[in-house]
Ligand binder design. Structure first.
Ligand code: ACO
Length: 401
């Protein structure tokens, strides 16, 4: 048993809050979240309004600079992004060394980290112009790099950016255009993508964002900080859940569509199985993003005339879970990732790219949070611990062990 009095003598008072369930790490003026009421606002604007009326790039500007842009500010921002979409050809050489079946998240975090070697200019936040350039580079190049993995997996040549296209259309074009067949960006598809990216753009101190802030708090450069965020996002309990959701829904479909069997398995702790896309650390009522996304999934599938049996399984699973005492009593509702994969599938994006899509969406949030942390001159993050290991003991030479 832990001797609390002795511990206090040794370490002073330390709060243990595994998983930071009730510990604030910072003050932030970026995103407001009320998990009980299901409210999410970026810089004071509701997620519902932004998803309906704004574009992803405008939301990125809002998050990073704090205000909605004027026409001139937006035009300058968009122009800067358009003129930095090309990625250094030497980065391609690094990329070409990855195996063809490398997970696109591993490739993305590696190449973003590599950007710090290609753009080593000072990362001093006092040199605002240079920091701005790093920010623009990240926003412009991430979609280009992301499409490389897909192209390679298909055995196709990569596409160069086409800067007369807007941000989302440019991404879609780089993904799906072929030298032998031009891809025409469907406005329904690009609108859906805008909406999905907006919904993912920030979510206050989640695991990946906290990682970005913590890494950045040592004054590590922005590329390394964002690369760490991408790695944190990859985990199946965080951004990786969107890939897991679709794989789970497909497994249920291929197993005869018996949703109850999977619900029962998720309730059985010894199974080690969880219903992916259900539950959230903060939302204990509903996830407002899930509501918007559910409607968007219906709209997109209708407009594109797609009949996806996996959507039907998702709806059955949601209904059955929401009627089940286990899920109701634990306030486990579908989260943003439950329906996002269904839209990504409809847009033609392969399952292993889902978490990459999340990363593209979350990038402005990570940048805004990194910038806020640096501008507020936050101290280096350094949690404490309570030691539970062996008491002091004498070293025993190897021959005597
Ligand atoms: N399926 C079955 N049971 C669950 C699930 C689930 N998806 N989620 C939580 N539970 C249960 C837990 O077993 C626990 O039960 P208990 O009280 O009987 O022990 C209770 O609900 C509380 O769960 P915790 O794990 O303590 O909740 P926490 O806040 O730590 O975890 C998390 C939140 C990680 C999202 C969790 O709900 C989960 O693993 N969900 C599935 C993965 C997922 O969808 N992740 C995406 C999150 S959203 C995002 O990153 C964008």
């Amino acid at each position: 048993a832990i001797d609390i009095a002795k511990l206090r003598d040794q370490t002073g008072y330390i709060t243990i809050d595994a998983g930071y369930k009730n510990t604030g790490a910072t003050k932030s003026a970026i995103t407001f979240l009320d998990g009980e009421e299901g409210i999410l606002n970026y810089r004071g604007y509701s997620i519902e309004d932004l998803a309906e009326k704004s574009s992803f790039l405008e939301v990125a500007y809002l998050l990073i600079y704090g205000e909605l842009p004027t026409e001139k500010q937006f035009a300058d921002f968009e122009h800067a992004i358009r003129t930095h979409t090309l990625v250094n050809e030497d980065m391609r050489k690094i990329f070409e060394g990855f195996p063809v079946n490398a997970h696109p998240m591993g490739v993305l975090s590696s190449l973003v980290s590599a950007m710090s070697a290609f753009y080593p200019e000072t990362f001093d936040t006092n040199t605002e112009e240079i920091t701005e350039l790093h920010i623009i580079r990240l926003l412009s190049k991430l979609p280009t790099i992301a499409t490389w993995s897909y192209k390679k997996s298909q055995g196709h040549p990569v596409n160069y950016p086409q800067n007369d296209l807007d941000y989302c259309s440019n991404f879609l074009n780089m993904m799906f255009s072929l030298p032998v067949a031009k891809y025409n960006v469907d406005p329904v598809v690009s609108a859906a993508l805008n909406k999905l990216l907006i919904l993912h753009a920030d979510h206050e101190q989640n695991c990946s964002t906290s990682t970005v802030r913590l890494v950045g708090s040592s004054h590590a450069n922005i590329y390394s900080s964002i690369s760490s965020g991408i790695s944190a996002l990859w985990g199946p309990l965080h951004g990786g859940a969107n890939q897991e959701v679709i794989e789970m829904l497909e497994a249920i479909k291929n197993d005869g569509g018996d949703v109850q069997k999977y619900i029962d398995m998720a309730k059985d702790k010894s199974s080690g199985f969880r219903l992916f896309g259900f539950g959230h650390r903060v939302y204990k009522n509903f996830d407002p993003r899930a509501r918007i996304i559910k409607k968007a999934a219906d709209d997109v599938l209708n407009k594109l005339g797609i009949n996806d049996p996996v959507l039907e399984i998702a709806q059955k699973l949601e209904k059955a879970a929401l009627e089940d005492e286990y899920f109701v009593s634990r306030k486990l509702y579908p989260n943003v990732d439950f329906y996002s994969g269904i839209i990504y599938r409809a847009l033609g994006i392969p399952t292993n790219m889902f978490t990459v899509m999340f990363a593209i969406g979350r990038l402005p949030g990570w940048i805004a949070q990194w910038k806020e942390m640096r501008l507020n001159k936050e101290p280096i993050g350094r949690p404490r611990q309570i030691y539970t290991g062996a008491p002091k003991r004498d070293f025993v030479p190897m021959s005597e062990r």
